[in-house]
Design a protein around this ligand. Structure first.
Ligand SMILES: Cc1ncc(COP(=O)(O)O)c(C=O)c1O
Length: 391
């Protein structure tokens, strides 16, 4: 078994070897620019991009023409929020989001505020869910966009996406959801779910890093978004720049594999995650953060009481790779804004860890993880007890 056991798939996933295999020809022999219209090198690249666009669209029930390739979800989120804000400026300048969003969304919302817009940040309850009445009450005549995460990257809790979209439709407001963690893990259908704009990223679903996409609805309603990267007019003028053909091919293949195995993988991950959770909960003073009713199959966030989170993490990381908060903030010992929003104390938030499993996680890795963790936590509790006795 390779140590530390990798249980940080929400930060990034290893690439599926089948994805790498699909990408390889597009680095060397098929290196053409997908925008070169005058020769076979370009046509070959364009054809590969067209296939991948279909594969990405299929994963979320969209049409290929509704997919805009970006460098990842962060860029897709920027395009969604800033691009809507600019394009719908005549209609209004108000956006509704939620306090537990990923930093990509929160930072874009702060940018909106600095640029003359208004943002309402909805709170969440102790389960991590928004209140639908509060959402509806927050809508004003100026509201142009509701931006609510599909599933949270720290606790895996899935927001009531269909209810949110119904509120958005009722008030003629666009609904954007950052589905970076949910795509490829749970079934998503932009038509059935009533989603107008959606972001996703290849490296969270066994594809390569540096490639993502934004889904932009083409009818009922047709959504228009102002480009944030200007240049040669690629991606129907929404995102200029030479397309990352190998990345796009890999992204497409990764989406195809996720779709093919969605229900079996969901079931297998749920089983492993539940076993990990059951065993970890046998340790005294542990609890799950967030709702367990509607959540992603591969994430659990566990709080360990009465231990020093920093010290615990230093020891755990040699055995099991987990994280505290999102990858962008896991090195800091600042409590997670998501856990804080759920009224979890700073102390407990700092000794809470996200375990996220993946396609290649094995039962023996899970068994190793919980037995090692139980020993480490017990040892740390004893250290804390001893230091209290000394004082
Ligand atoms: C919910 C969510 N949104 C956006 C991102 C950013 O994705 P990317 O790394 O593709 O920019 C992440 C990555 O952690 C995420 O979890």
């Amino acid at each position: 078994m390779k140590l530390p056991v990798y249980l940080d798939h929400s930060a990034t996933t290893p690439m599926d070897p089948k994805v790498l295999e699909a990408m390889l020809p597009y680095f060397l022999e098929n290196f053409g620019n997908a925008s070169s219209r005058s020769h076979v090198y370009g046509w070959t690249a364009e054809e590969a991009v067209d296939i991948a666009r279909e594969q990405v669209a299929d994963l979320i029930g969209a049409h290929a023409t509704e997919i805009v390739f970006t460098s990842g979800a962060t860029e897709a989120v920027n395009l969604a929020i800033k691009g809507t804000f600019e394009n719908y400026a005549e209609k209004g300048n108000h956006i509704i989001t939620c306090v537990t969003e990923h930093r990509a969304v929160l930072d874009c919302c702060e940018w909106i505020e600095r640029n003359g817009g208004k943002v309402t940040y909805l709170p969440v309850d102790e389960a991590g869910l928004i209140d639908l009445d509060a959402l509806e009450n927050a809508v004003t005549a100026e509201t142009i966009l509701i931006s609510i995460l599909y599933a949270n990257n720290e606790i895996g809790v899935i927001q009531p996406v269909v209810d949110i979209s119904q509120i958005a439709r009722k008030h003629n407001v666009l609904f954007f959801t950052d589905a970076t963690q949910a795509a490829g893990k749970v079934p998503i259908d932009v038509e059935e779910d009533g989603i107008d704009i959606l972001s996703l990223s290849a490296h969270k679903l066994y594809g390569p890093k540096g490639i993502g996409a934004l889904y932009v609805r083409r009818k009922n309603p047709k959504v228009s978004i102002s480009s944030q990267i200007h240049g040669g007019g690629h991606e129907k003028n929404m995102r200029s720049g030479t397309l990352n053909v190998p990345g796009i091919v890999g992204f497409g293949k990764a989406c195809e594999l996720c779709l093919e195995n969605l229900s079996q993988e969901n079931e297998a991950l749920t089983k492993l995650r539940d076993q990990l959770e059951r065993e970890l909960l046998k340790i005294d003073g542990t609890k799950i953060n967030g709702s367990i009713k509607n959540r992603l199959p591969h994430i659990t966030n566990i709080a360990f009481e009465k231990v020093n989170g920093d010290n615990l993490l230093l020891e755990i990381c040699k055995e099991v790779a987990v994280s505290r908060g999102s990858a962008c903030s896991s090195v800091t010992s600042k409590p997670s804004h998501v856990l804080n929003a759920m009224k979890i104390s700073d102390e407990l938030a700092l000794s809470s860890f996200r375990f996220s499993l993946g396609r290649f996680t094995t039962l023996s890795e899970i068994e190793y993880s919980y037995s090692t963790l139980s020993e480490i936590v017990e040892k740390h509790r004893n250290i804390v007890k001893l230091s209290v006795v000394k004082i």
